[in-house]
Design a protein around this ligand. Sequence first.
Ligand code: IMP
Ligand code: MG
Length: 177
Amino acid sequence: MSSQPKPHILFSKGEIETTVKRLAAEIKKDYQGKHPLLIGILKGSFMFMADLIRLLDFPLEVEFIRLSSYGQGRETSGKVKVVQGLRTEVKGRDILVIEDIVDTGLTISFLLDYLWKRKPDSLKLCALTDKPSRRQVPVTIDYLGFIVPNKFIVGYGIDWDEKFRNLPDICVLEVKD
Ligand code: IMP
Ligand code: MG
């Protein structure tokens, strides 16, 4: 019988705060005077998005998109679908996508293609975490928070089976048998 998986801190609340400040400073430098549209991918990016935009002291807009990928368990199949779309025009806008984790890269590649087809002026990606060891398709991350090992992570908005999103730290989930 396997017991409930236990989260162990990988990046603490304090480390996250420092990193979000660094990302905000990088973004501020590039987007001053541009009025970008930030698109958060639900649900994992909600906490990161909330902290990040409070540090961006220039006009911007916020949108969310919800994607689903048909896969087995923890694996992404690559067949991604938009289940809750955008209500804001992308054409001619400076778009900054906010993602929680880039793993195989299949989800974000799908979304970036989907957005490019809508003719934005610019399109960039800000990801809280990156698991490069798992990449299946190349992805350029313009603003990156943390590189994570090939482990399952939770917390700070990121879930395992909808659980652990409320943890204030980014944690590794240890599954003990
Ligand atoms: P990709 O398409 O394989 O890059 O998967 C990206 C999505 O899978 C992320 O946005 C997460 O929702 C989910 N994901 C990938 N790795 C993890 C993880 O370690 N913990 C929680 N969710 C993950
Ligand atoms: Mg996600």
